[in-house]
Design a binder for this molecule. Sequence first.
Ligand SMILES: [Zn+2]
Length: 456
Amino acid sequence: MKLKILLSLSILLAAASSQAQDSLAIRKIYDEALVNGQAYDNLHYLCKNIGQRISGSANAQKAVDWSKKLMDSYGFDHVFLQEVMVPHWVRGDKEVAKIIDGSKEIPVPICALGMSVATPKEGVTAQVIEVQSLAELKTLGESAIKGKIVFFNRPFDPRFIETGRAYGAAGDQRFAGPSVAAKYGAVGAIVRSLTEIIDDYPHTGTTMNGDIKIPAAAISTKGANLLSEILKKSPGTKFYFKQNCEQLPDVLSYNVVAELKGSENPNKFITVGGHLDSWDLAEGASDDGTGVMQSLEVLRILKTVGYHPKNSIRAVFFMNEENGDKGGQKYAELAAKNKEEHIAAIETDEGGFTPRGFGFTGLSTAALKGVVQNWKPLLEPYDADKLVAGGGGTDIEPLKTAVPSIVLIGYLPDSQRYFDLHHTAKDVFENVNKRELELGSAAMASLIYLIDQHGF
Ligand SMILES: [Zn+2]
């Protein structure tokens, strides 16, 4: 009995001293991020000296070259490229649209959806049919849709607290809407921008082409509201739009990877990453310049504070998240081929806003309970202690199949402003806050430290 008490006492003491050690290590990580942070300056270079970097573009290649050089300059144990073939879609230079209400022509802001086809040279003019859902297309049927432009106008549901959920709930209109409308004989598709904010900026994003391809564009929320209002008064209203985007042959591109070698388990990996490619309307600052620069910063911080990880830690700049996810697929394929054991992968692709915490996929209920119990108190002083079930990201998702035991983790920053900027001309460096960005790098470096030290 006495021995038992002594044993549990010594376990308690050991746990307390390990907690104290962890607490100090995390304090050191935050101090480095907040006093000597480099993510903001690196992001400035990426946005202002390179700018937009849609997959397959010359700018995407510039971004790869610069990222590799930057990683080399930090003196990590290993910096390398992974070859990957990516689609090369180009927007073209003509995007115009107007509502034709009798003799009145009212211009509205649109942009082609990524991967869409062009309109004929003279553009498309047709009567508009407004719908709120894909199911409505089925109800309406071919007789009501054929020869028309389908206008998907279901707004973001403001009742969701996390805006990513509202995006998810409205997203089918953009991903699948145009190809489904094409099946019913539509000649074009116009999709309400996936955002809560009411303004004049259209939001691009990928649409999936079916067998029959029709031109598809996003309309600004203000434009969508106006079109809907006019349609109520004059159901015969027509819409005109013109775009000259095109799909070019696939291009050889790269994931860019930096690594700190594990001292105990060099073939076990913890990955943190975001995507280097961006949409072409702005600088891809929040989507996902912040994510890649934070991931790199995680490695820099750990190296600078003199942390020697037990497992190998990688920062991965994935290529082609936006319109193909080829980089994410390639990373997983190589992980399986090279028999790499992946413990966990964190994705940061929801903007560089104030950290809230992390979402976990692949942890048992008991393991998540342990994580909450042991790590929440350590992250709580930094307001990054929301540790919940469910999370991941497009780039790391394929790892789940390649390495079934992996834990996928989504970095959760505050989500309220992300969709104001997402996939628009407003996604520029000026809309990123230095401190918020740095707090995010520190939160991820801290979580990686904890995973590396304790596992799940
Ligand atoms: Zn993104």
